[in-house]
Write a protein that binds this ligand. Sequence first.
Ligand code: HEM
Ligand code: CU
Length: 542
Amino acid sequence: MPRDHFLNAAYTIKSWLLTMDHKRVGLLYLFSITFFFLIGGTFASLIRLELATPEADLMEADQYNVAFSMHGIVMIFFFLIPSIPAVFGNFIMPLMIGAKDVAFPKLNLMSWYLFIFGGTFGVLTTLLGGVDTGWTFYTPFSSTYSNSNVILAGMAAFIAGFSSILTGLNFMVTIHKMRAPGITWFKMPLFVWGMYATSLIMVLGTPVIAITLALMMVERGLHIGIFDPALGGDPVLFQHLFWFYSHPAVYIMILPGMGVISEVIAAFSRKRIFGYEFIAMSSVSIAVLGFFVWGHHLFVSGQSIYAGMVFSFITMLVAVPSAIKVFNWMATIYKGSVSYDAPMLYALGFIGLFSIGGLTGVFLAIMGLDIHMHDTYFVVAHFHYVMVGGAVTAFMAALHFWWPKISGRMYPEGWSRLAAFLIFAGFNMTFFPQFIVGYLGMPRRYHVYPEEWQLLNIMSSAGATVLAVAFIVPVIYLLWSLKNGKIAGPNPWRATGLEWILSSPPPEHNFPTTPIVEEEPYDYGEVIENPVHEEEEEHEHA
Ligand code: HEM
Ligand SMILES: [Cu+2]
């Protein structure tokens, strides 16, 4: 067999573990985050199983605290934050700008090793009985009172943070320095803009969480008063520092997804994206504004009411660039030649679910409402609508859009649509009831609750079962497609963009000669019919 692409260039384990190829690094991340998604998902299943009944039948209070803490820590730090940037940012972004690799390939590999090193601490935490502070590590519980593996879990997040910083740095230099001739800033695909905005947050925000966790661990290990009032510290200071990173971090999770959706919507509407400049700039403004809203997590912490008013106002401003994107996507679809392949189904799901998530965020930004809803299931429903309905759905869109490029194979169409539908249905069944039960007053992080909330909780647990099964389906057919899928060819969707002029899977060194780009991005010309189905017809005639 000719060694003509990055997958068959070499087969040894060493050639994977010491690879400098951005595409292979992307795949290393894909395996790793899938592993963590399984661990996080297992904890989620335990939570929903416990909550199916009002009594404590499966777990004691302490064990339940571990279940939701581990779920949050694994899903946020080891799945969602790396997800799209580390997998598709690494694999696709350099191809999109016509580069041979990222700017610092060795650093890129090192980022993966840091991620795995941090992940090892995460796995160790799990094996030794977990941590019970919640993913938020609030002091003084974490620094003084908790009897669980706080330092191990803190180290896990701390180390993974460096992987994030180095990836962001790498992407920023790559985007500044390695664009092929002709790709000016406003000719970059919108996914690249999304990566750029995300990298800004990774580089500017992550050091803050690192120092915050380090201070928490110093207080726990050495009893130096920083956050614990009994030692002369200030617990609210911890919350400020934590959310100064963690609010921007929610945009690390959603901005890459928004970038993916722009690519998919344009390709499957076969139209130039509407309002390109507005979408690009709204990514940057979300990244910047995201640094000034953290106080909306502290409305009930005793923060000054005037600070609260300012944070409330700025939080509502963030909804503006988000809405700009949604309107522009809708305008792109309008009068397009839309085809409903799996990536597009996920993209359409994203628009609806992200809108619900974003708008309920605006409810929560209203101080009077938030006093009622803070720390209830309403908040849990809000952030799952943006994180799962938004970010995970976009991850699935990206996976299905670029899978033929990555593997060279198509997956079965019918199964992929069925999975998209099941995930959408299971997701809504799981999380919509949580808006209601939260509004009725059910607090988050409790494992027993009054009987009158059982119906809504059973609906949620039933939905979670559908969701769990639904996520297994793509794993099966994607693996199946590796050997048995139809050969994809370079550009199965007939999409625009440099990644699609390469063969699939791409050659080891990407472009034999640096491409020179003259056309605008998303230059779909006049509307053409759905390419995949057209090709099928051609085959039939041949
Ligand atoms: C688009 C506009 C958004 C607005 C206006 C908004 C607003 C808010 C507000 C006010 C809260 C605090 C609620 C409380 O604890 O009482 C909150 C919580 C949260 N939001 Fe959003 N949000 C938005 C988007 C997002 C996105 C895109 C994500 C993630 C991808 C996200 C993830 C979260 C998380 C994780 C929490 C709760 C953290 C915790 O307490 O554990 N939000 N949001
Ligand atoms: Cu926030």
